[in-house]
Design a protein around this ligand. Sequence first.
Ligand code: GRF
Length: 219
Amino acid sequence: MLADRLKLTVLISGRGSNLKALIDASLAPGFPAEIVRVISNIPEASGLERASAAGIPTAVVPHKDYPDRESFETVLDQEIRSAGTELIALAGFMRLLTKGFVDAWRNRLINIHPSLLPAFKGLHTHERALEAGVRYTGCTVHYVRPAMDEGPIIVQSAVPVLSRDDADTLAARVLTQEHAIYSLAVRLIAEGRVRVDGDRAIIDDENIQVPGATINPLA
Ligand code: GRF
């Protein structure tokens, strides 16, 4: 185990398959980040059980208990800070965060989105990719900015769209790639290899692409 691992808090609202991928990655020897807390705004989120099973402390901050976004986020922020969090990963967290919260965690708050941003921001990405007839879609890990699904892109993986795909088959293939790239992004950040320059994330010591590779940057 590394002595000084980056302290990561994961925010979820649902099943938590990306959370599970992050947990699995963090258990590997030498992974430079540890999950110090998992927080859900939905008490029934099954991802909470995944976290508990792995011995990770959890917290529930139900947004419905608060009159407005600011008061919800004040408590959320307290839960995050009390864990000593250095990086927050949104993993299917279905609440929009205010500019105040996002700015307070600038360049320490990342999200995973199931499309090749800046295409298909928002919900129903796979349905819209199929409708648009794109040959590739994929997933993106990016730093969070106040506007939804915007911010410097850290890692993307491209997934071919097949003629026989429906939204479910496409979502499943993209999800497999999500699980691969989220821990990669956390690792790059924890290793100090990601620098934000304006609207872009610059990766130090980027691996040279091999022809046909669809994840960029490579591990
Ligand atoms: C993922 O598709 C993620 O990209 C999106 O929400 C979904 C969460 O899935 N932001 P899970 O809860 O991680 O399984």
